[in-house]
Design a protein around this ligand. Sequence first.
Ligand SMILES: [Zn+2]
Ligand SMILES: [Zn+2]
Length: 90
Amino acid sequence: MAREPDIHCPQCGYRPSPLDRWYCTVDCGTRWHTFWTGGVCPGCGYAWQETQCPACARTSPHRSWYHFPREDDDELERSEPLEKADAIRG
Ligand SMILES: [Zn+2]
Ligand SMILES: [Zn+2]
């Protein structure tokens, strides 16, 4: 069973609502929900590495918004990088 990460702002704990929208550049003009695409703009295909919080307006790396339960539970077993494990599984 896949574990769903808890998505919230690493700085203030705000959880994005389905009604939240993020804007791409002025030239692109796309308005979308960045957590539905993993930070990728559906208009121009640009992958945003940083995401601004709608609540506290601070910018954090997109990846740091994803909080997996195992980060807390398996503190002692973190020798294997999560990314590597995902690659093998996929
Ligand atoms: Zn765009
Ligand atoms: Zn925030």
